[in-house]
Write a protein that binds this ligand. Structure first.
Ligand SMILES: Nc1ncnc2c1ncn2[C@@H]1O[C@H](COP(=O)(O)OP(=O)(O)O)[C@@H](O)[C@H]1O
Ligand SMILES: N[C@@H](CCC(=O)OP(=O)(O)O)C(=O)O
Length: 378
């Protein structure tokens, strides 16, 4: 991807130095410019999630300190103070464009625990469906050194994979990636495009970052690698670039693109196909087999006749025909116990039976791979 013209879902990460004008305090004018650009992208039908750093830098500024403290409890307390400013500032600048915002503070646990992961995903998707711009940061106040994500570049990549965004845009204080740190080497060469799995990326990006940021380029290239595993491209570009988002959506080459080896869809299919041990299966009737394999439909409970094994919502399961042959596999929206209760039911009766509706489908077509597409032996 060298343009965001075709991207539908974008995650935009802004670093501390940009958000706080290098630690001087929240840069309302810069935030307002991004909000205006995001409003234009939203008018084109794109869904945007913002990952914003700056809580610690802003907290330090509000406390009147001149240096970043080292003690974790002081950093956490500073983050709690600064986050108030960030939330207030984003709400204000987006309101100028008639856009509602929502604050989401995430921890490592929220993204590694399956249930919390699914809940975070469904909340984010709901907000996007409501046209809201979620503003995400790490929940610094409750994290400890051992479980800290530690930098928002990583958080940006995890969120990109969580909501299956098409691209991650990392805005920073440099115009992109150079073959060595341009602050130290005036002859550093600019890189406009590189494979996200290029073996020399980490060594080019070595070293910490600016005075107020945390990870430098290193965490950005590692984040790009992580996003690429989910099939998303990453752009590292300067947040000072005027009209950056519009120009990118018109195909202008700005910043450094780190490109994935495979597309999002194929990355996910490969992941599902690669599952050797599936935790269970559903058996479906012939009508459902035809709907899935020929019409690319989702699997609805009405076509499900039996369920085998024990699994949770979010597991990869097999879909079998009544002769026991695998016709598809995919990420399931209900647990085995729930499916047992809704077998053969039309979707509008799910709520009456379970007391809630997680999703209309047992397996959504975007989360399904049909057997004919498998390369594994039958
Ligand atoms: N190869 C490189 N190319 C560009 N910048 C680099 C490189 N290696 C290290 N850096 C440093 O990374 C810094 C950006 O990281 P950081 O300060 O953490 O930003 P942010 O706050 O936006 O996350 C740059 O200012 C630059 O000094
Ligand atoms: N959660 C921290 C983010 C720290 C961080 O990753 O900063 P940066 O390297 O500027 O993106 C904060 O808001 O201060």
């Amino acid at each position: 991807m060298k343009s965001i013209a075709d991207a539908h879902i974008l995650v935009i990460k802004v670093g501390s130095s940009l958000v706080t004008a290098e630690g001087k305090g929240i840069d309302l004018a810069a935030l307002s410019k991004w909000a205006g650009q995001i409003a234009e992208l939203k008018a084109q039908g794109k869904q945007i999630v913002l990952v914003s750093s700056g809580a610690i830098a802003e907290g330090i500024k509000r406390l009147g300190w001149t240096a970043r403290p080292k003690a974790l409890n002081e950093l956490q307390a500073a983050a709690a103070i600064g986050q108030m400013g960030l939330a207030q500032a984003y709400e204000q600048v987006f309101a100028e464009f008639g856009i509602q915002t929502a604050q989401i503070l995430l921890t490592h646990e929220d993204l590694s625990n399956r249930m919390r992961y699914l809940n975070a995903r469904s909340t984010l998707r709901t907000l996007l469906d409501w046209n809201v711009v979620p503003i995400i940061n790490e929940n610094d106040t409750v994290t400890t050194n051992e479980i800290k994500l530690g930098d928002n570049d990583t958080l940006g990549a995890l969120v990109t994979n969580l909501i299956e965004a098409d691209a991650l845009l990392i805005l920073t204080d440099q115009s992109g990636l150079y073959d060595s740190d341009p602050r130290k080497n005036p002859d550093a060469k600019f890189i406009s495009e590189i494979a996200a799995d290029h073996p020399e990326l980490e060594s080019m990006a070595g070293g910490a970052g600016s005075a107020v940021g945390t990870g430098g380029m290193y965490t950005k290239v590692v984040a790009a690698k992580r996003a690429a595993l989910g099939g998303a491209a990453t752009l590292i570009a300067s947040g000072h670039e005027p009209n950056l988002l519009q120009r990118l959506s018109q195909g202008e080459a700005i910043g450094t693109w780190l490109t994935p080896a495979r597309s999002r869809i194929s990355a996910r299919k490969q992941w599902m196909m690669g599952h050797l041990q599936l935790s269970g299966s559903v058996i479906i009737d012939n009508g459902a087999v035809i709907a899935l394999s020929q019409k690319h439909s989702s699997l609805l409970p009405i076509g499900c006749v039996a369920v085998n094994g024990q699994f949770h919502r979010g597991a990869v399961i097999s879909v079998l025909n009544q002769a026991g042959q695998e016709v598809a596999r995919g990420l399931v929206n209900y647990s085995s116990e729930e499916i047992e209760k809704i077998l053969r039911l039309p979707s509008h009766q799910i709520e009456a039976k379970l007391g809630y509706v997680a999703e209309e489908e047992v397996l959504h077509r975007d989360n399904l791979v049909i057997r004919s597409a498998f390369r594994t032996p039958a």
